[in-house]
Design a protein. Structure first.
Length: 139
């Protein structure tokens, strides 16, 4: 499941070609999200059926949320728009944290993967049969 979630980051990231300015922080946030997710994967591998600690859920769900937030920033810079799909996905991850506190970490990992899958599928459907979008940077 963790490999699938890692693979789903590429379609969520997309093929945007950002302008040279103001994209560094967005990329750093995405990388921190990936690294945080990797820590979450290690937790899931070590404690798949244990009762999760709050910090475990922060890693397992927070990593994908940070990645999505970084992608929101990048999309805002490159295309001058707010990605509602990603905002909804972050809200779904945050909302899922409460009930997932009573579930094993493996369940949280599966939920995170499904949220990323939802974003990837929504992005693919939006981009289907359309030419690549041209950047229109925010001023």
């Amino acid at each position: 499941m963790d490999i699938l979630a890692a693979q789903l980051r590429w379609p969520v990231y997309g093929r945007a070609r950002p302008p040279a300015r103001a994209t560094g922080i967005a990329h750093v946030v995405m990388v921190v999200g990936i690294l945080t997710t990797a820590v979450g994967y290690e937790i899931v591998l070590e404690h798949p059926a244990d009762r999760p600690e709050p910090v475990w859920l922060a890693m397992i769900l927070g990593g994908p949320a940070l990645f999505l937030y970084g992608r929101i920033r990048l999309e805002r810079i490159v295309f001058n728009r707010l990605s509602i799909r990603r905002v909804v996905a972050i809200a779904a991850l945050a909302t899922a944290a409460v009930p997932l506190y009573h579930a094993p970490p493996l369940t949280a990992s599966v939920v995170a993967a499904f949220v990323l899958l939802g974003v990837a599928v929504a992005d693919a459907r939006r981009a289907a049969h359309q030419p690549p979008e041209k950047p229109s940077p925010a001023s």
